[in-house]
Design a protein around this ligand. Structure first.
Ligand code: RFL
Ligand code: PHB
Length: 390
């Protein structure tokens, strides 16, 4: 097979780029290791910044998101038994976020690719990248006993944190920056009415908690847990009891509980790989960077990579102008690091750090008090949460 752009990974990053390029007549193929059902079974992000929503519309995939997604103009921070509202709309100059699940968004992207006869291959094994430094790179994968080969102009590594693309860059070229946090998030999805129409981020002595949602009949809740915990350690009853303990009394009192329909633990990690380009390979999304979910930035950082790559590819194929491709890594990383900073800051401010000095705990509480008392600090939080400009 010969295509212009070979995309590794059929998560939101890979599918969105494939869809955008297809609409401009640029030929792509997406190679995905898992089945479609598996990809759609992963419960992940829920909050989309407005720039991402605009990109979904540009990809002709925004219809259901606009119909079923919820516009959120603020969220709450619970602390010391009370709650403060962060008015995103007011402090970001009229912006908001869209609450729409990554699962639904990925489903919309797959359906759009199907409608346009896009090439998305599932269950591919042994994906290997070749000759990335030449102007004739190619990708091979196993299909049963056969080795298939795809020749292309460019390879996009959109295969997530555990993918093969980043690992194809020589170790002496790649620089990795990482911070692993000493806790994870236990998440529960439940077919219950959300306790609050807007998200609640809770800072509590027992650990962080988050009340999120997918719709007015589907709730998504998280609690901070030690890395040593497993899902089996947490019955539904134990989860609900602990969640309630970490929320203000009135919120806990109106919490509707029910059976979990998904329960998983995600470790928290900050990670950036530089550069995001090696020869004809371009990394995008979780393949190049990970944030702890506290700032709701992960998927949104992937979206800005895709935005830059999409425009860089258009420059190349439509105008013979490679400045976008040349500048991709630097431009993408500048925004990636801002999302890293924001996610680290939110995580540090709201979680319980078991090894903190009493002094550090005091500073942490002061950080939150300062935030809630300062219009300038609120403005900074809001502009980052709704998404910095691409
Ligand atoms: P993905 O979604 O991991 O997709 C990569 C795809 O590549 C496939 N793959 C391969 N394919 C072929 N060959 C190989 N060798 C391959 N290896 C892997 C994988 O099967 C997969 O399908 O990366 P992508 O597309 O870059 O998307 C990134 C987002 O998924 C991620 O950043 C977000 O989910 C992070 N995140 C959140 N982001 C937000 O912006 N807002 C949120 O509210 C938010 N909440 C979250 C989150 C992530 C979470 N977890 C579980 C990590 C909440 C949680 C709990
Ligand atoms: C979610 O709904 O999964 C979610 C929302 C906000 C976050 C993280 C996760 O900051």
């Amino acid at each position: 097979m010969k295509v212009q752009v070979c995309i590794i990974g059929g998560g939101p990053s890979g599918l969105l780029l494939s869809q955008l390029l297809h609409l401009k007549g640029i030929d792509t193929v997406v190679l995905e290791k898992q089945s479609r059902e598996y990809v759609l079974g992963r419960i992940r992000a829920g909050v989309l910044e407005h720039g991402f929503a605009a990109l979904m519309r540009e990809a002709q995939c925004g219809e259901r998101m606009d119909r079923e997604g919820e516009i959120h103009e603020g969220f709450f921070i619970a602390h010391g038994g009370g709650m403060s509202r962060v008015d995103l709309h007011k402090y970001s100059g009229g912006n908001s976020v869209v609450v729409y699940g990554q699962t639904e968004l990925t489903r919309d992207l797959y359906e759009a690719r199907d409608r346009m006869n896009g090439k998305v291959l599932h269950n591919v094994e042994g994906v290997t990248l070749h000759d990335l430094k030449s102007d004739a790179p190619y990708v091979t994968y196993r299909d049963g006993d056969r080795i298939e080969r795809i020749d292309c102009d460019y390879v996009i590594g959109a295969d997530g944190f555990h993918g093969v693309s980043r690992k194809s860059i020589p170790k002496d070229v790649l620089r990795e920056y990482e911070r692993v946090y000493p806790f994870g998030w236990l998440g529960v999805l439940s077919r219950t009415r959300p306790v609050s129409p807007e998200l609640i981020y809770s800072k509590h002595e027992r650990g962080f908690a988050l009340c999120s949602l997918r719709s007015q009949v589907l709730s998504r809740y998280y609690i901070q847990v030690p890395l040593t915990d497993t899902v089996d350690d947490w019955s539904d009853e134990a989860f609900w009891a602990e969640l309630k303990r970490r929320l203000p009394e009135d919120v806990a009192g109106r919490m509707i509980t029910g059976p979990s329909i998904e329960k998983s633990i995600a470790p928290l990690r900050s990670f950036v790989a530089e550069p995001m380009r090696y020869g004809q390979l371009f990394l995008a999304g979780d393949a190049a960077h990970i944030v702890p979910p506290t700032g709701a930035r992960g998927l949104n950082s992937a979206a800005s990579d895709i935005y830059y790559l999409y425009h860089a590819m258009l420059g190349h194929y439509q105008n013979g102008d490679d400045t976008g491709l040349e500048g991709y890594s630097q431009k993408a990383l500048a925004r990636v690091w801002k999302a890293q900073r924001f996610s680290w800051w939110m995580t540090t401010m709201l979680h319980k750090f078991p090894d903190n000095l009493a002094y550090e705990d005091k500073l942490q509480s002061t950080e939150l008090e300062y935030l809630l008392s300062s219009e300038a600090a609120m403005g900074s939080l809001a502009e980052n949460y709704v998404g910095l400009p691409f």
